[in-house]
Design a protein. Structure first.
Length: 305
């Protein structure tokens, strides 16, 4: 089983707006709402792939009830920890070629509520093959809150993938996560280096065992104990980019659980991410695109880190 933690879940609302442009009025052609947050998206993708997964997430208020109902309606295994604040919402405006995101900050979570989240994760670790920790922290928590969970899992022999940015990422490095998955902007912000390979190597020096960086249309850069790898899609994929990085995490988690070699793992991650761009919403992917690209992703080895 792959356990996913979403510290700051959301109700994801997607507006389809053809020809969207700022500072203008638009007619929304389609509205869709679903349980969301980065870790929830990871679990949704894993569930669609037929991989056992359990999502852990704090939920509160009326919005939290809607999120819980959606998870139950989709038969997605989860542990919902009750909190006093209102679960946030996110809005994705999709125009067919790109996505504009609006993210609410989320509720304040108390120390006691976080202790309940930590206990929920701890209770699942004996059956976990991998733990993923994805997204932002709600307000009210120490920036090293995720580092505590990384240490907890690693002490029990469970690999951990951390997908976070800012202080949460830098604090988590000291706990030695198995993989961290920043994007290019997060790499630059965390290290000050413009060159992604140099920045990823800096995260290795700070404690990560491996770094898999999302470079948008340029695919993935991976700095690993086995070398430096680049995985590129065969061409540019247009569509809804929301959730593409979460599909990378899902593929990484499945690969770690199966002890897949890095070239095959990275090719799968790029194909699944691109297939998510072709899908209408985060947490989904286009199966035909996934099957097609899995055979066409180019993976090259650049050398040793």
């Amino acid at each position: 089983m792959i356990v996913t933690l979403t510290p700051n879940p959301a109700l994801d609302i997607t507006y389809s707006v053809p020809g969207f442009r700022p500072h203008a009025s638009h007619r929304v052609t389609e509205v869709h709402a679903q349980a969301g947050g980065k870790g929830v998206n990871v679990s949704r993708v894993l569930h669609a792939l037929g991989r056992p997964t359990t999502a852990v997430l704090p939920l509160g208020g009326r919005t939290g009830e809607v999120v819980r109902d959606d998870l139950e309606g989709r038969h997605l295994a989860h542990v919902a920890v009750a909190v006093g604040g209102e679960t946030r919402r996110t809005v994705a405006v999709v125009d067919g070629t790109d996505t504009t995101m609006l993210n609410e900050p989320g509720p304040e979570v108390t120390a006691d509520e976080w202790a309940a989240v930590r206990a929920a994760v701890r209770d699942l670790l004996p059956r976990a093959r991998v733990l993923t920790i994805s997204g932002s922290l709600p307000s009210g928590l120490r920036k090293d809150a995720c580092a505590e969970l990384i240490r907890l899992a690693r002490a029990r022999g469970v690999p951990v993938i951390l997908d976070a940015d800012g202080p949460v990422l830098t604090a988590g490095l000291a706990a030695r996560p198995t993989v961290v998955k920043p994007n290019a902007d997060e790499l630059r912000s965390a290290t000050g280096f413009e060159d992604p390979a140099r920045a990823a190597s800096a995260l290795i020096a700070a404690g990560a065992e491996a770094v898999v960086a999302s470079l948008g249309p340029d695919g993935l850069l991976a700095v690993t104990p086995d070398g430096v790898w680049r995985a590129r899609p065969p061409g540019r994929i247009a569509g809804n980019t929301a959730g593409a990085g979460d599909s990378v995490v899902a593929a990484l988690a499945a690969g770690l659980a199966d002890a897949t070699r890095w070239p095959e793992l990275l090719a799968d991650a790029v194909a699944l991410s691109a297939a998510t761009v072709r899908a209408p919403r985060a947490g989904e992917f286009d199966p035909e695109t996934y099957r097609e690209l899995a055979r066409r992703v180019e993976v090259t080895r650049d050398g040793r880190p």
